[in-house]
Design a protein around this ligand. Sequence first.
Ligand SMILES: [Ca+2]
Ligand SMILES: [Ca+2]
Length: 127
Amino acid sequence: MQNASESNKLCQQKYSSGRLAYIPSANAEYFMERALQSQFGNERGSGVWIGVFDNIQEGKFVDTDGEPQKYFNWRYDQPNDPNRNVDGDPAQDCVRSFPHDRHDIFSWQDKPCKENGLAICSINLHK
Ligand SMILES: [Ca+2]
Ligand SMILES: [Ca+2]
């Protein structure tokens, strides 16, 4: 387990076109969830870093290429980073996908980028 930026570096080191997972659609996310289930079993409960960030401009979420993220799957109470760095709270500028406790349906939460979690990488087969 590693933080979000370490995870992205790890993806880049491991695969030539690797980066934290690009999730353009619900279909892509569904495919990712099934892969996580078979790979990680119950450990996936801690969530996985995906390639979605708002570290440049608060509330403007982008992918690992810096392009605007168009598909979102936020949990009902997320994103909830209204007071970045106020009261000593770390900014929540990275995103992890967590399985719902009972139904195994995933949803997203913005989280401090320095937290540790599992990561899932995307590779571009055309590069
Ligand atoms: Ca944020
Ligand atoms: Ca959050």
